[in-house]
Design a protein around this ligand. Structure first.
Ligand SMILES: CC(C)(COP(=O)(O)OP(=O)(O)OC[C@H]1O[C@@H](n2cnc3c(N)ncnc32)[C@H](O)[C@@H]1OP(=O)(O)O)[C@@H](O)C(=O)NCCC(=O)NCCS
Length: 186
C-alpha cells in the first residue's frame, strides 16, 4: 500500500483569519504585481523578469495541472474577506517516502501579520493528516531570516546547511534544510 494518498477535492483550509484556496485565472494580475517585488525575486524561484504571461501560465495552467497530476497544491493565501495576500505550496518530492517540500510568499503590503506562518501551519497539518506525509521540507537561503522564523514558529527544525547547493540569479548559493517530520511509530 502507498504511504500517502491524494484527495479528489481541494481541501477547505482556514484558521478563521486566512484561507487557502485554489488559484483561478482572475488571480493573474495580483500574482504578477507581487512577482515584481525584489524580495520575492531574490528568495523564490519565480522567473526574472516576471511577465504577465508568466503569472497567467502559473495560475491558469501550471498550478491546476500540478493538482491534477497529484504532485502538489499551489494555492492562493487570502484573508477571510477575500483580499489576496500571497501564495503557498506543498509539492511532493518523493511519493514513495511520503516527502514533500513547502514554499510561500506574501505580497509586501501584507507582511508581518502572521500570514505566512498561518498558511504554512494549515498546509503542513493537511499534508500530515490528509495526505499521510511523513516529512515536509523547507529549502531556505540562510540569509532569509524572515522565512527561517516562519518555519521555526510552525515547528520546523534546521538540519544544517547544504553548501553551494543551488544557483539563482547568477549566484551559487547555500540552502538551509528545515524539516518537520512524523515521529517513527506515529
Ligand atoms: C518570508 C515571508 C513569506 C514572511 O511572510 P510574513 O507573512 O511577513 O510572515 P509572518 O508575519 O508569518 O512572520 C514573519 C516573521 O519573520 C520575522 N522577520 C521578518 N523580517 C525579519 C528579519 N529581517 N530578520 C529576522 N526576522 C524577521 C518577523 O518578525 C516575524 O516573526 P515574529 O512574528 O516572531 O516577529 C515574506 O517576507 C516574503 O514573502 N518574503 C519574500 C519571499 C520569500 O522569502 N519566501 C520564502 C522563500 S524560502
Amino acid at each position: 500500500m502507498d504511504a500517502m494518498t491524494w484527495p479528489e477535492r481541494h481541501p477547505e483550509l482556514s484558521d478563521g483569519a486566512i484561507r487557502l484556496r485554489p488559484f483561478v485565472p482572475a488571480d493573474a494580475p495580483w500574482v504578477h504585481d507581487a512577482g515584481q517585488d525584489p524580495e520575492i525575486q531574490r528568495w523564490t524561484r519565480v522567473p526574472v523578469p516576471y511577465t504577465p504571461a508568466d503569472a497567467e501560465a502559473f495560475v491558469g495552467s501550471f498550478a491546476p495541472q500540478q493538482w491534477r497530476d497529484r504532485i502538489g497544491w499551489h494555492c492562493a493565501v487570502v484573508d477571510v474577506d477575500g483580499t489576496s495576500l500571497g501564495a503557498s505550496a506543498l509539492v511532493v518530492t518523493d511519493a514513495e517516502a511520503a516527502v514533500a517540500e513547502a514554499g510561500y510568499w506574501i505580497a509586501p503590503a501584507h507582511r508581518g501579520r502572521g500570514a505566512a506562518t498561518a498558511a504554512l501551519r494549515l498546509l503542513t497539518d493537511w499534508g500530515f493528516d490528509a495526505l499521510g506525509l511523513r516529512r515536509i521540507e523547507l529549502h531556505v537561503d540562510p540569509r532569509n531570516l524572515a522565512s527561517i522564523a516562519v518555519g521555526g514558529r510552525v515547528g520546523f527544525t534546521s538540519e544544517g546547511v547544504l553548501r553551494q547547493r543551488t544557483r539563482r540569479l547568477g549566484e551559487q548559493r547555500d540552502v538551509q534544510m528545515l524539516a518537520k517530520v512524523v515521529a517513527p511509530g506515529e
